[in-house]
Design a binder for this molecule. Sequence first.
Ligand code: GLU
Length: 349
Amino acid sequence: MNNFLKTLIILTLLSSSMSWAKPNIVILATGGTIAASGESSTSSAYSSGVATVDELINAVPAINKIANIQGEQISNIGSQAINDKIWLKLANRVNTLLKKDSVDGVVITHGTDTLESTAYFLNLTVRNNKPIVVVGAMRSGSSLSADGPLNIYNAVSVAINKNSFNKGVLVVMNDEIHSAREVAKMNTSLVNAFASPNTGRIGTVYYGKVNYYTQSTKRNTINSEFNIENITSLPRVDIIYAHAQDTDIFVKAAVNAGAKGIIHAGMGNGNIYPLTLKALAKASKNGVIIARTSRVGSGRTNLHEEVNDTKYGFIVTDNLNPQKARILLMLGLTKTNNKEKLQQMFFEY
Ligand code: GLU
């Protein structure tokens, strides 16, 4: 065979193998409705966390056409049972996987109840700029018009998209792409349950076609200072929900239980009932970090408006909702007890 022919054959082989080179995506399954099975196709009653990761992957054969898929089971629970052990296990695993050249991105399947919390935890603890996509479903796999399979296809499509690098952790639900920092579950049961109330979605994914329009400006992933490699549990932080004619008993209970921080989900702009304020001021004086947030669902909780934060030693949580503020405070407390530094974290993350 002459040299020209040899070169031609090598080039042909190279170019065809390049066009076959699909990205490598790992799907980490944790449970939820996306892995649920219902009583019938028209029943809303179901058990979550039934299908295994392999069953989830087999239910969406189309993903094998766009990526080399590998699956791993992290847990198989309803996400109301999530805890710091699972968060740490998941974040460590994602960190390990994404460090490998052979992994191009990860997709995490998750129950929708605490999906936003897990996504934000990963946003702060995974040190990598490769795509990390969290996905759930509102309807079980056995339901009429189940949303899980298309959500998974869309999540893998987002994970293989080159524009998904450097965006922090992403959440894909109902054809929308959201930033982990901004997204929240806003409805208990509808398919369009997820929204980013302060900023809106950052993009769309329509039958696998990805378009981005904006992105979060807050510190995340490679720009995060939090390192969970050597941590086995997170400091105790409780959330206390405010209401008319509130009480001081929950503040006292949290302090007695050893809380290092309390997120106060206040009325309006983080306001506090007088009796509760007295208990929070005392806790703050005794070294518990008191962070004011709001039960409203959107908007910023501002320093020094109706509450004299300097006098009481309180901090505020910018526009994070209470459940996300809890995550940032837990991680912040792994680094420092200094109020000024913790306050700064709430402005940066
Ligand atoms: N409560 C279950 C969970 O969060 C099911 C809800 C869902 O995934 O939509 O895992």
